[in-house]
Design a protein around this ligand. Sequence first.
Ligand SMILES: [Zn+2]
Length: 112
Amino acid sequence: MKTTKEVLKTNLPAVQLIHCDSCEKSTGHKVVASHEARTVFENDDRLEIAMQIIRCETCETVSFRELYASRGFHEENSKGVWVDPVTERLYSRTEIATTRRLSADESTGIFD
Ligand SMILES: [Zn+2]
């Protein structure tokens, strides 16, 4: 089996609470554009990524967000559903990037 890469159909999510560097708190953000792809490796491991341009609804600052999930690390969310935890990386003007692991609830639905 060969490694395959597939571009996924993107459904732009509704406004989400995301940390804004300019506002220095979590604010509503609109996802302006999103590119999503899945890679399936020879050993059947999977990597799903989304690269997004987001805009703060409070101050209109535009920034870049990456989301990625690896299959095989399952966590149970508050509704009892097992999900692949997603890691979020935010790029801003003041720092190179901040990275955090989203909770199981925050990870739910991102790559479904
Ligand atoms: Zn803002």
